[in-house]
Design a binder for this molecule. Structure first.
Ligand code: SF4
Length: 481
C-alpha cells in the first residue's frame, strides 16, 4: 500500500509538482555528515522528551502495517496512558505523532521540536498530524508543542530542557482548512501525470530547479541579488525568466544592475573603487578562518542549547603578495569547552599589526562573543576586531563575474576566481560536516584512531579556507595592477 506522508502533503501546499515527485521518490537526497547528525540529534531530543512520561509505551515500528496494528492495540488498552510514536492512516494519508496522551477530557497530541523559539511554522506540521489522528480517535482535545528552553544548561534536570506551549486553537483552525483540500491533494498525487511546472519564488531553493523551471536557463532571474517578491512578480507578469531579457524600464538595484550588465556585456565588472579598497589592506596580512560546533543538546557544562562554540582556526600570514605565506592553526580539545585556550593562542599568533582578512562577518561575531565571555581577553580581542577587512564585502561591491550567479559565498566565488582550487578532494568539505564531525568526537562516539584522523581532516578543511583567501586576495591585486 503506497501512502501519502506528512512531508508530501506539506510540500503540496507550496508546489504540487514537487510533492508528486517526492511521493514517487524521484528526488535525489544529499546525505552529508551534517544531515545525518541532524537526524541523530533529533532522535536524541525525542528520547529525552520521552523521559518526561515514564509510563509511556513506544510503538516499535517494523513495517507500516505492523506500526498501525501496534498503535491500535495500545489505543484499545485503557491502562496505557501515553503512547510514543503511534501511527495513523486515513484515506491513504499517514501521520505519526511524537507523543499521544490519554486524558479524561480526550487525547492530547504532543509534538517535539528541537528549536528554541515560538515557532508558528510548526502549526502546519501539527495540523496535518492532528487531522489524520482525529479521523481515527475521538476526541483530540489538545495539541501541544514541546520546544527546547533557552534557559536550560547542561547539568540542569531534564524537566527544564523543554518549554510547553498549547497550540490547540491555531491547530484546529488549520486542520479544518486541510480537511477541505485532502481529497484534491490525493487525486493530484495519485494522478499518472505530474502537475505542470510553474515558476514561483520557492523554485529558487528547490532541489528540482535545474531539471524543472530552471532547465536550460544559464542566467536565471534568481541570479539577481536580493530579488524581492514584488520584483519577482513584476518579472513573471511580463514572462521574463532570464536576466538578459529584462527590459530597461524595469528598475533594478545597483547590485542587480551590475549582474545584468556583466551578463549582457559578457564582461567581468570591476569597480573603480577596487584599487582603493585593496590599498587599505596593510602588511603583514593575516587571513583568518574559524570553525565552530553548534548542537541542539549542549556538549559542555553550563552551555545552553544551540550555542555556537568556536573549535578551531586557521591563520595564514603574508608579508607581501609574492612569497609563500606562513601558517598557524589551532584545534580545541574536544573533551572540554576550550574556547579560552583558543582565544589566548590566537592572540599570540596574530601579532599586533597588519590587516586581518576574513570572509563574511562570522569571524567578527565569534571574536565579539569571545570578548564578552572572557573579559580579561577583551582588550586584545577588540584590537583584533579593529584590524578585520571583510573580503566578501570588497567582492560584493567591487568585483562581479557572471559565473558567480548572483552569490558571493566563498564556495561559489572561489572556483570562478581560482579554478584549480576546490574542496572536492578533502574528506570534510563544508561547514555542516565540520561541525558534526567535531560534535561526534565531543560526544565520545569516535575511538582514538578516528579522532586523530578527524582532527587532521578538520585542520585540512580550515587550512583550505584561509589558503583560498590568500589566493583570492592575490588574484584581485593582480586584476588591478
Ligand atoms: S522547481 Fe519549482 S515548479 Fe519545479 S518542482 Fe521545484 S518548486 Fe515545483
Amino acid at each position: 500500500m503506497r501512502t501519502i506522508n506528512k512531508s508530501v502533503f506539506i510540500k503540496s501546499l507550496d508546489c504540487q509538482r514537487l510533492a508528486w515527485h517526492l511521493y514517487r521518490n524521484l528526488i535525489e537526497k544529499d546525505n552529508s555528515l551534517g544531515d545525518d547528525f541532524l537526524i541523530f540529534e533529533s532522535k536524541k531530543i525525542h528520547a529525552l522528551a520521552q523521559q518526561l512520561f515514564p509510563k509511556g509505551v513506544k510503538v516499535n515500528s517494523g513495517s507500516l502495517q505492523e506500526a498501525l496494528a501496534k498503535t491500535k492495540e495500545l489505543i484499545s488498552d485503557k491502562n496505557i496512558e501515553t503512547i510514543f510514536e503511534p501511527v495513523f492512516e486515513y484515506n491513504g494519508f499517514v501521520a505519526r505523532a511524537d507523543i499521544l496522551c490519554r486524558t479524561e477530557e480526550g487525547w492530547h497530541i504532543v509534538e517535539i521540536k528541537s528549536g528554541n523559539k515560538g515557532k508558528r511554522k510548526y502549526i502546519v506540521d501539527m495540523a496535518y498530524s492532528a487531522l489524520i489522528i482525529s479521523k481515527n480517535l475521538e476526541p483530540v482535545s489538545k495539541v501541544k508543542l514541546l520546544l527546547l528552553s533557552k534557559d536550560f544548561h547542561l547539568g540542569d534536570p531534564i524537566e527544564n530542557l523543554f518549554a510547553e506551549t498549547d497550540f490547540s486553537i491555531e491547530v484546529f483552525i488549520k486542520m479544518h482548512e486541510y480537511f477541505l483540500i485532502l481529497d484534491d491533494v490525493k487525486k493530484m498525487i495519485e494522478s499518472e501525470t505530474s502537475p505542470e511546472a510553474k515558476l514561483k519564488l520557492c523554485c529558487k531553493n528547490c532541489r528540482m530547479f535545474k531539471q524543472c523551471t530552471g532547465k536550460n536557463i544559464e542566467y536565471h532571474i534568481f541570479d539577481l541579488p536580493r530579488l524581492s517578491h514584488l520584483e519577482f512578480d513584476e518579472l513573471c507578469k511580463i514572462n521574463i525568466n532570464q536576466i538578459k531579457d529584462i527590459p530597461n524600464e524595469i528598475e533594478l538595484t545597483e547590485s542587480q544592475k551590475i549582474v545584468k550588465e556583466s551578463i549582457i556585456n559578457d564582461k567581468v565588472f570591476i569597480s573603480p573603487n577596487l584599487t582603493a579598497e585593496l590599498e587599505k589592506i596593510q602588511f603583514p596580512v593575516y587571513y583568518l578562518d574559524f570553525e565552530s560546533v553548534m548542537t541542539i543538546y549542549p556538549l559542555y557544562a553550563n552551555i545552553h542549547p544551540h550555542t555556537q562554540i568556536v573549535t578551531q582556526y586557521s591563520l595564514h600570514k603574508s608579508d607581501n603578495l609574492n612569497t609563500e605565506p606562513e601558517h598557524f592553526e589551532f584545534i580545541a580539545d574536544h573533551t572540554k569547552d576550550d574556547r579560552k585556550t583558543l582565544a589566548e593562542q590566537l592572540i599570540k599568533d596574530i601579532g599586533d599589526t597588519g590587516s586581518i582578512i576574513t570572509y563574511s562577518s562570522f569571524e567578527r561575531q565569534i571574536l565579539n562573543h569571545l570578548a564578552q565571555s572572557y573579559p580579561e581577553l577583551s582588550e586584545s580581542l577588540n584590537k583584533i576586531i579593529e584590524r578585520i577587512v571583510d573580503l566578501e564585502v570588497i567582492i560584493k561591491f567591487s568585483y562581479y563575474d557572471k559565473n558567480f550567479h548572483g552569490k558571493t559565498s566563498i564556495k561559489k566565488v572561489l572556483p570562478v576566481m581560482i579554478p584549480d582550487m576546490n574542496y572536492s578532494e578533502l574528506e570534510i568539505s563544508e561547514g555542516g560536516s565540520a561541525s558534526s564531525a567535531f560534535a561526534y568526537m565531543a560526544m565520545g562516539m569516535y575511538d582514538q584512531e578516528k579522532i586523530i584522523q578527524t582532527k587532521k581532516h578538520l585542520l585540512d578543511y580550515c587550512r583550505q579556507d584561509t589558503l583560498a583567501l590568500v589566493k583570492m586576495h592575490r588574484f584581485l591585486a593582480k586584476t588591478v595592477q
